[in-house]
Design a protein around this ligand. Sequence first.
Ligand code: PMP
Ligand code: GLU
Length: 398
Amino acid sequence: MEQISKRLSALAASQTLAMSQKSNELKAAGKDVINLSIGEPDFNTPDYVKDAAKKAIDDNFSFYSPVGGYKDLLEAVCAKLKRENNLTYSTSQIVVSAGAKHALSNVFLSLLNPGDEVLIPTPYWVSYPEMVKLAEAKPVFIPTNIKSGFKVTAAQVEKTITSKTRMFVFSSPSNPCGAVYTKQELADLANLFAKNPQIFVVADEIYEHINYVGEHQSIAQFEEIKNQVVIVNGVSKAYAMTGWRIGYIAAPEWVAKACTKLQGQVTSGVCSIAQKAAVAALNGGLEYPKQMTAAYLRRRDMFIAELSKIEGLNIHIPDGAFYVFAEVTAFLGKTAPDGTVIKKSGDLAMYLLTEGLVASVSGEGFGNPECIRFSFATSDELLKKAAERIKVALEKLK
Ligand code: PMP
Ligand code: GLU
């Protein structure tokens, strides 16, 4: 008899991964699909990183690594935090995991108790609420919209705090909407959390280098709350290393210890070769991330210029990350040529895939059913073609 746990039955599948899989299946069946669903750099990992991995293999880094990560990687993370963010952490405050996703799930499982409330601004990255639910805690959503630039204010957050609130989770730059919080906005939030020391702030900074409006600001810079902040980051986005699976946290030491304990029973130290590659990536500086970000900026502007030609598509210009999160309410309620009524953004994403051969992700998975997400981490040529296909498909809706 098939019997999966209640915990897992209640879990939604990742919509980003599901949509990407669907697109790959159509491609395998011979369809010329343009995949703007999954968000990952289309660039190759830099050669100096690959060389470090090859050397690690030859040097026999083939044994179990320390659970929280090799010492040189922990040192490279601390040096990066000092150099790039002016933040002081010791190696005992860093834990290396199999991607930022794994780092996040460690944090939720280590800090949350059943019934704890976790504040999550919408739109959010798909996996936050599901991971929170796996930890038997309760996601509490704080809505934002295109008019507010998809950002929450401290006053808005304050109203949602209850005696059960234990955590606030956000990403800046944000996936899916590209919102980037300013230093002042973060200072206001920090002020609020300083008055509520029972609340942990999980700051997902995986897109820190993909920022089109200036220097990255970390909420951990505010000393009064630094011992309440867990920074989550990794090399996936900054160094085009999504498949290598290296992420990390920088946190108060007791949080790092708790995550290490969990990891010690669940995964052990993560891939030894990938860790050595990550050391090279981080110590190699910012030239490569800067080159990629320049390409994303050019693509963003071109893609948005093309999408802006489509009547009814309400576009928010992202200040960071590599997604266009567009409001599509003008198309909901319309009918496709085959008679299907487009009731929600999920129907529209499916229609764009089957009719337009463009894979996107519906806003529903991000907690905003009025929107749809397109990744622009792909070539200029494909983006141009995709925008044209989207236009033609949307114009067919009556
Ligand atoms: N946080 C956000 C906001 C993301 O978009 C991603 C990308 N998948 C992750 C975390 C996870 O990153 P990683 O590939 O390092 O697990
Ligand atoms: N960050 C990417 C996205 O949101 C990767 C997919 C995932 O891990 O969800 O599309």
